[in-house]
Design a protein around this ligand. Structure first.
Ligand SMILES: Nc1nc2c(ncn2[C@@H]2O[C@H](COP(=O)(O)OP(=O)(O)OP(=O)(O)O)[C@@H](O)[C@H]2O)c(=O)[nH]1
Ligand SMILES: [Mg+2]
Length: 309
């Protein structure tokens, strides 16, 4: 490396649910640190990923989607996202370009969320970088139109057009973010890409498989908790997890016919965990009904979320 001074800082990636924040975080880091599904509100609490660009260490903070919150968990998620934006050295507002052009109810919701985020940025007096995402299927004229309309709100200093999925435009964004980091010693060792505790990461991976498999039917606020994480002397790990649902009627949905759904979830989670940990994993999943899950203070503390919001 050159004798350029070292830089290090935090970049918060905010945006409406499903904009692609976690996909972008993973892409910038070059490793999977945050789970991704087609379901809105996948990310529940801020997740840090660490990227290096030249002399800069960029700590990317993937945040829960910002939307009109109603329930306590929603409020806590949205609060956490804004909180991380306030603390960050730079803020990227990621906008789903395809949704900006769409007419479906989901697109309309996303558009309203984008408007509200712009208002929030205005109130905070916070300059953000606008990143238009999912541009790979969108016509250039349409992109320019969206970008002009959003830029005219006055809250953005610059615009990037990217596809977090294909990676197009992401290298430019990364270089720009690196240049915005203050001079500082690095926060993490060079080879570290994530800082989520293993139990939490393991729970997230299972939650991803649960969402991927059941995104339509999935009850709101289904949750996964690692109850046991034991490294064995033979080099394998024994992991026990509980999937919480809120109603007795939701248990058979997660189990599936003859337990097939739970088996699928377990197989896929176990495989990914094994790859991540670099050794075999024995994964045991239980399904439990806990009606009051979203009202339990200790669950919020585990995720680093404020309960009293
Ligand atoms: N076509 C396309 N799809 C993308 C792109 N980036 C993300 N997606 C998809 O968009 C969906 C949502 O991606 P996530 O990364 O989970 O979005 P998010 O903003 O983190 O969502 P929440 O955590 O729910 O707020 C997934 O199905 C992704 O594969 C992109 O550049 N192009
Ligand atoms: Mg996410």
């Amino acid at each position: 490396m050159s004798d350029e001074p070292r830089r290090a800082g935090f970049v918060a990636i905010i945006g409406a649910p499903n904009a692609g924040k976690s996909t972008l975080t993973n892409r910038l880091v070059g490793a999977k640190v945050s789970i991704v599904t087609q379901k809105v509100q996948t990310t529940r609490f801020p997740i840090r990923g660490v990227a290096i660009e030249g002399a800069a260490q960029i700590v990317l903070v993937d945040t829960p989607g910002i939307f009109q919150p109603r329930r306590r968990l929603d409020r806590a998620m949205v609060r956490a996202a804004w909180g991380r934006a306030e603390e960050a050295d730079a803020v990227v507002h990621l906008v789903d370009a395809a949704a900006e052009l769409g007419q479906s109810p989901a697109d309309r919701r996303a558009q309203a969320d984008v408007e509200a985020i712009i208002e929030g940025l205005k109130r905070a007096g916070r300059a953000a970088i606008l990143a238009l995402n999912k541009v790979e299927g969108v016509k250039r004229e349409a992109l320019l139109e969206i970008s002009k309309r959003l830029f005219d709100t006055g809250v953005y200093g610059e615009v990037f057009m990217i596809s977090a999925k294909t990676g197009s435009g992401v290298a430019d964004l990364k270089r720009r973010l690196a240049s915005l980091m203050p001079e500082a010693p690095w926060f993490y060792p060079e080879d570290q890409t994530a800082d989520l505790p293993a139990r939490l990461m393991a729970a997230e991976i299972t939650r991803e498989k649960l969402y991927l498999r059941l995104h339509e039917e999935l009850p709101y606020a289904a949750a996964v908790e690692t109850t046991k994480f034991e490294e064995k002397t033979d080099g394998s790990a024994r992991i026990e997890q509980t999937i919480f649902v809120q109603r007795e009627s939701q248990r058979p949905i997660v189990l599936g016919k003859h337990g097939q759904t739970l088996k699928w979830i377990g197989q896929h989670a176990r495989q990914e965990l094994g790859e991540l940990l670099g050794h075999p994993v024995h994964l045991f999943l239980h399904v439990e009904v806990d009606e009051a899950w979203p009202e339990r203070r200790e669950r919020y503390a585990d995720l680093g979320l404020d309960f009293d919001v």
